[in-house]
Design a protein around this ligand. Sequence first.
Ligand code: ADP
Length: 572
Amino acid sequence: MKANKRILIVDDDPEIRRLYQTVLLPDSTGDVIAKSAGLFGEHTKHPVSAVKTHYVLTLAANGEEGVRAVESSLKQRQPFAAAFIDMQMPGINGAETSKRIWEIDPNLKIMIVTAYSEHSPDDIIRQVGRDDLFYIRKPFKFKEIQQFARALTSQWNLEREKEELFAALQKTNTELTVKTEQLTDSLKKTENANLRFHDANLARTRFLSLINHELRTPLNGILGFTDLLHGQFFGPLNEKQLDYINQVDSSGKRLLSLITDILDVVKIDAGELELEIGEVSARDAIHSITAIMSDQFMKKNIELTTSIEPALPPVIADLKKFRQIMLNLLSNAVKYTPEGGRVEIRADRDNDSKIRIEVSDSGVGISDNDIEHIFDKFYQSDYVYDKQLGGVGIGLALTRCLVEIHGGSIGVESEHGKGSTFGFTLPLKEVQEQQEGTQQDEGSGTVAKEQHGHRILVAEDNETNLMLLLDMLSIQKHTVLVAKNGREAIELAQKHKPELFLMDMRMPVMDGLESTRRLRAMPEFAKVPIIALTASIGTDAEERQMIAGCTEHLPKPIQTKKLFEVLGKYLK
Ligand code: ADP
């Protein structure tokens, strides 16, 4: 803002008006000073020093003229900063003039100039009605007028600056208030949204636990009783009945795995799936899954080959989820490979920090059109083969989610009509630990030995029971070898020398009793604990197993606590 230097002089004496000009304008003349010396009490020998400030003066000869000058200054938006007003004038005097001027322009700085012993300052203040006017008595010195002119105009300018600053502050304040109100408003909205989100979350959690409980419980009942019927404990079933029971069983299992998959996807989407991360031997996990699925491969006469890098360190993963990934990929491989085809599993290091596992099949392959969508939820190609096979297109979406929450990635390569290769990566144990892990693996053949676990051989033909056992054993991080019948148990035992057997009694090919008898006949297994798993209850059966050489008997359904007690007893 440019400083306002406009000053109004109101005095009826033309001589004095000229003297103000002389004192306040730079081009003053000594002649005027000489004439005015008597009036102002200044000696001619001391001429007025030059005024540095460029004031703009307006001269008025009486009070009314002064008031009009102020009015027009405001109209032109060029107000005065200060006024020097003579007290004693014809017409309205200085006090009345000041009063009227202030009614029009209350900001103006007014200096009343009065002759010696005229009105007292209190008189003037009373007449004007404001006590912030200035007052000077004649005769005064030139310097005083210059100083007052500078002081009053400066004060006027400072006050305006202050007002402007204040207005700006008020504007900012208003803006701030508006912003604060907007913020409070959006905060309230967020809070409401949070509340709604919380409600929605609560509803979803309730829904999930409802599905979990209300759908799984009856399904578990169906599967449990089907299993009992299948076991023919309460009388024999004819062929047709057995066939029906098998159908009920496989449909039930498909439904259960579908519900589990959908629940998992919902949980992953909500960020609620918690991983039980630990060291996992990819080799063991792959072996146990292929053992579980061996029937499916056999049924379609599909040749399965597995090649796993010998010194593969453990991966950092949730064992159950790792198995689920493998199960999904292998199930698809079997599903989409016609009879007599091939499936291959390869596992090796992708780089220093990742393992890469590939599942290849010689199946129907995937068209270019489908390949970019097959990891999408509920995507199924229109391919007629798919329609015949059923499925809802959730398996691969879940598999990708599971791989990615482990910090890995998954992809596919395929040639329509020739086969597909699904490959995924998972993080390996850190380098230093990898070396330790590799050293520990030495001498343990093809089975990686877990740090705290023991090598346990499980012989069990029933998939559900096997899964249950594997899950229980994974809690204590044991290394598990899986055999589907008594004969496989003996073969695996000779290769991997387990420290304990969990032996199902009822198995195809060779049952548990026979297998135990033969193991006991071999010196290296004469004293190894063999725990019989059986559904038969009663002392007779128990005795027979003892005779056959079992160390102890665990009745089904197996309880985790009981299993751990037995393991604790025999594995030091
Ligand atoms: P679905 O339950 O339908 O099998 P997935 O998510 O597991 O669902 O698979 C999605 C689609 O990907 C399948 O419908 C199929 O078209 C294709 N697909 C998956 N695996 C294979 C495979 N190994 N060979 C050929 N196509 C496959």
